[in-house]
Design a protein around this ligand. Sequence first.
Ligand code: 5GP
Ligand code: ZN
Length: 113
Amino acid sequence: MTCLFCRIVAGEIDSDIVYRDEISTAFRDINPQAPVHILVVPNDHIPSVASIAPEQEQLVGHLLHVAGTLAKREGIATRGFRLVVNTGPDAGQSVDHLHVHLLGGRHLSWPPG
Ligand code: 5GP
Ligand code: ZN
């Protein structure tokens, strides 16, 4: 298994896991860009948003629900937070396993760079 996030889900690589269920795993980003920076990933390998199959729609919705739940747990839901899903080279996707960035705990400027 060569995919980094598959290996984190499998426990082959250590990470600070904050949530796990039968569909998804969430862990703190190793290079945080905000006071709260968590990655929510499907346990099964999906390369990117561009490769989501119709039968995976519910799974992807689950990732957003988990992200929202974690935002509340981390205490950033009231002031606000941002979910980011970089997809492909122009967006800077560096790990080809679908992941939702949960960012918060500071003001986040817009538009993104
Ligand atoms: P992308 O650039 O693909 O949108 O996001 C990939 C994210 O994965 C980056 O924010 C990067 O810091 C994070 N990351 C890369 N390798 C590791 C790792 O080994 N452990 C953790 N926890 N995060 C990682
Ligand atoms: Zn993977």
